[in-house]
Each structure stands twice: as structure tokens, then as C-alpha cells.
Design a protein around this ligand. Structure first.
Ligand code: AVJ
Length: 361
């Protein structure tokens, strides 16, 4: 199928949020070869995301201790910085997961089976997805759900070129909210939710459990289909020094990534954070089994957003990210509570990271 063929099918089918006629700007976009659904999904999701940013920032800065949600790291600049984090020598996660995919993608594809509708939460740059799509037997559709519009559009444009026979159904949305995902034109054998990169680690245990249940719901909805499953990347508990180095790289990219959250609030909400007055801090709590990342105020200062004023005493820290680490047993018991059974686990030789195949119980 050609690129225009893909666009045609998107046009014929209408958007996942309802049919509407193509406007002149849609047609201009179609001519450029950008999938229409990306633009349409982003248009509807975009306002909501911006609205949530203000509400979430005000609520987070008003709470005690102050906090900001880590999902807002990923604007265009944050997504670029995250890709640079993945290249840092201390950040072992990406390399370990890629090594697992490289060594075991054949077995992984066999476990998932043929004619899969592949849903991906937080699709990022889709490098690991490319390996998966190359090895799966006649996959039906790829449904990436990604909060960063620029990342989503770039990765789908590339994948569409490389996999012209796979229906591309990109959705620009926040996957932490319940969403109705588009169905494929051709009937799949099962739905597989792919959640790589240890993104689950960014959620508190109760939210992680809720998200696993949401994925189980997406994978389990039958209608004559086989029950599907969840393919997930899970980072494992390890030495504190290794973990802390991964989140405090020597080149300072992670610090820049963390502080970009404040730049984003300045850019998008007209806040007046002075970046010179804040620093990045990431520490491992062995008790909680997680890296806790904070932004620390280096002096007394006041910050203004949307007519509200927030005071920071010196050394006050603002919680911005958790990166939870799991033992294989701990993760399996959480999955079980979400109605999922771990049936296969692949790890890298150093057992730093795992890719796990969960099926509906
Ligand atoms: C993309 C969520 C897996 O927590 O390791 C990297 C994000 N933050 N360095 C992680 C992140 C700081 C990353 N995840």
C-alpha cells in the first residue's frame, strides 16, 4: 500500500473521535504526507493537555510538599533531551532493553503471535517498536499513544514509510486518562499493549496498578478475538551507586531535562521561574525501591503563575519524578493483582533490565 493509500483509508474511515469532512487544511496536510489522524487527534487533545498543565501546575505548587507531574517533561525539547539521556554512558536502561530486544526479538514475536493489533503507550522515538514490527508475523495495525505531538508525528511518518502494509493509527493523548482507541480496518487476532522503557516506574504503586488494569482491559476486549496481552519493559532493583549515576549523568543532561520542566512552565504558562535559582537532585530510596527526583530551590524566592504567587524557602524541594525499580517477584505480584500473569521474562546478561510478557488471567 502506498502512503496515499494509508491516508486514503484514514480519510475514508473518519477520525477515531467521530467522522468529519476533510477541510482544506487537512488536504494540504495530506499532500505533505503527514497522517491526518495525527493532526486531528492532536487538535482535540492539545487544548486539554494545555488546560491540564495549568491546573496541574497550580495544584502541585499549592500542595505540601510541592510537586509537579513528570508527564510534563515531554514537550519537544524534553523529548529531545530524553533521547540524549538514553545515550549517556551511565543511563544503562535503554542499552539493556535494546540488547534484550536484539537478542530475543524472535522469541518475543513468537510469544505475541500473528495478526496483532499493537497498541503502544508513550511511543517515544519507536526504535524498539521498529524491531518488533520487523519480526511480528503480519501485524494488523500500530496504535501509538503519545503525549508529545512532535515525537508522535515524526516517528509515525518514519514507520509509515518502512511498514506500508501496517495500518498506522496514531493518537496524540495522555494515556493516563481513559481513552477509546481506534480499531483497525482488518480484524486482528489479538491486541497487544506494548509499554517499553520502564515508563511504568514513573507511577506510584496505586497508579501503576490502575494503569496495568487499563492495559488489561484494552488487551482483553474480545469480540471473537483471542485474549491479548501486555509486553512491558521493567527496570530491576540493583546497586544504589549504579542507579544514582544513571539519574545524575556527568554531562548534566538529566539535570537539564529536569529543569526544562520549569522552562516549559515559563514558556507555556508565562511563569517566572529563575532557572539559576533551582537545581536537579536524584536519590535512590532503597526502602521505597525508587529513584526520587526533585527540583531544589537554592535560595528564598517567589514564583508567579497565572496571578498566583508561590514561595520557596532555601533548600525546599519539589517532587517531580519517581522511577520505581522492581524485583521480578514484586512485579509479578502487582501484575497478578491487575489480572495479568507473567508468562515469559527476558533479561540482559547482567540482569539489569527485563522485558516481560503478561497474558490475561
Ligand atoms: C522514560 C520514565 C523510563 O524514569 O528512567 C530518565 C525518565 N528521567 N532520566 C526513567 C527519566 C530521568 C525515564 N523513563
Amino acid at each position: 500500500m502506498s502512503d496515499m493509500g494509508n491516508l486514503r483509508s484514514v480519510l475514508d474511515e473518519g477520525g477515531y473521535s467521530g467522522r468529519r469532512d476533510a477541510t482544506p487544511s487537512d488536504l494540504a496536510v495530506a499532500a505533505l504526507g503527514v497522517p491526518l489522524k495525527v493532526l486531528r487527534a492532536c487538535e482535540s487533545g492539545g487544548h486539554q493537555l494545555a488546560g491540564n498543565l495549568l491546573a496541574d501546575a497550580l495544584a502541585g505548587l499549592s500542595s505540601s510538599p510541592k510537586r509537579l507531574p513528570s508527564k510534563y517533561f515531554y514537550d519537544a525539547r524534553g523529548s529531545t533531551l530524553f533521547e540524549r539521556i538514553c545515550e549517556q554512558p551511565e543511563y544503562y536502561l535503554t542499552r539493556a532493553e535494546l540488547a534484550i530486544m536484539r537478542d530475543h526479538v524472535g522469541a518475543i514475536a513468537t510469544a505475541l503471535g500473528s495478526n496483532v493489533r499493537l497498541v503502544e503507550y508513550g511511543s517515544g522515538s519507536s526504535l524498539k517498536t521498529r524491531m518488533l514490527l520487523q519480526h511480528l508475523e503480519s501485524p494488523v495495525a500500530y496504535v501509538p499513544v503519545e503525549i508529545s505531538r512532535s515525537t508522535l508525528m515524526e516517528s509515525v511518518a518514519k514507520l509509515e514509510h518502512e511498514f506500508p502494509d501496517i495500518e498506522m493509527l496514531p493518537v496524540c493523548a495522555d494515556f493516563t486518562h481513559p481513552i477509546t482507541l481506534p480499531r483497525a480496518a482488518r480484524a486482528p487476532r489479538r491486541t497487544v499493549v506494548y509499554f517499553p522503557g520502564s515508563t511504568l516506574g514513573n507511577f506510584a504503586p496505586s497508579d501503576a496498578l490502575r494503569l496495568l488494569r487499563q492495559m488489561r482491559g484494552e488487551a482483553g476486549q474480545g469480540g471473537g478475538m483471542l485474549d491479548g496481552g501486555v509486553l512491558i519493559g521493567v527496570d530491576l532493583v540493583k546497586d544504589k551507586a549504579v542507579l544514582e549515576a544513571a539519574y545524575n549523568d556527568a554531562a548534566g543532561v538529566t539535570a537539564e531535562f529536569t529543569l526544562n520542566l520549569l522552562s516549559r512552565l515559563n514558556r507555556e504558562l508565562g511563569a517566572d521561574f529563575d532557572l539559576a535559582g533551582f537545581r536537579h537532585r536524584a536519590r535512590y530510596s532503597a526502602l521505597a525501591g525508587r529513584i526520587e527526583t526533585s527540583i531544589v530551590s537554592t535560595r528564598a524566592q517567589d514564583v508567579h503563575i497565572d496571578g498566583c504567587s508561590f514561595h520557596f524557602p532555601p533548600d525546599e524541594s519539589m517532587q517531580v519524578e519517581w522511577s520505581c525499580k522492581y524485583t521480578l517477584e514484586g512485579f509479578a505480584s502487582m501484575a497478578a493483582r491487575a489480572g495479568l500473569r507473567v508468562t515469559e521474562v527476558w533479561t540482559d546478561p547482567a540482569r539489569q533490565f527485563s522485558v516481560e510478557w503478561l497474558v490475561c488471567k
